[in-house]
Design a protein around this ligand. Sequence first.
Ligand code: EPU
Length: 302
Amino acid sequence: MKLTDSEILKALPALGVELVAGASLAERTSLGIGGTTDLLLIRRHSALPELISLLRNAGVAYRFIGGGTNVLVRDGELPWVVLHLARQQPEVRLEGNFAYIDAAADLGRTVTFCAKHDLGGMEGLIGVPGTIGGALRMNAGAYGTQIGSYVREVELYRAADARIETLRGNAINFEYRHTSFAPDDIMLAVKLELPSKPFREILNGIRICNEKRRASQPLNQKSAGCIFKNPPGGSAGRMIDELGLKGFSVGDARVSDRHANFFVNAGHASSADMLALIGTVRDRVRSAYGVDLENEVILWTQ
Ligand code: EPU
């Protein structure tokens, strides 16, 4: 979508918002799939309420993207503009066992930064790609760790109230890959409380998780991590594998040979290819196991 509303275009410089015309979402997502649209790069969190109110008043549809590591975006000219937070400096500030982290900060780099200051707990999250904001929204987890356990406060743009608010950690529900944030809330910053641990011990935990991940996940291929959530008590990856679907493809969208719940873009997969692959695998699992797999990846295909 091309942003043409002159009132909005005129307001952007004073709000510190940069317009990136015709941005490619294929270049901004880990799957490497997605069409083009105007992107608004937000440099100051405080600009969000006014920016969103301008967009709403002008009837301009918008969506927010973080690291783009857990989303499947449709192809072609997209029918909405995309908002994106610029990285802030500093991204992390430490105060005792508390870490104040900007939502645009990279999750992996943040885990390492805290480790260097003898703050641990998040070792399992080391290889999870994406931003702190995305990790919060999805309650990212791996190897027995989930980020929600450490959250003490979240600063966010609360869509329902159209303003920036701070929520206490105990007012937020963090469940398996699900949180009580509204779909159009935008994460801005978080306060985590992390346990003290010597750097060497944390580093050892990080190494173990990295090795496990390298052994079981296709890290050098374009993917959005796991496509489906695990059903209660089960494993989506194991079920898909047992059905012999590793390597099964639609166009260049392919079930990974390494981990059957990772679907990779093996070349120039279209959004429709990936969607068809997801649909076919879900149908096969439903017929064989009577289990209706729920997407873990967020679909921006409508
Ligand atoms: N398995 C197979 N074949 C496969 C893949 C897995 O038989 O192709 C078996 C494994 O041998 C194992 C079981 O299935 O016995 C579980 O596999 P794994 O340990 O790889 O974990 P997972 O349940 O598939 C979850 C998360 C991952 C996270 C890992 C490690 C979900 C949907 N997936 O995977 O998160 O990295 O545990 O903690 O919860 C993600 O969220 O995108 C993601 C990749």
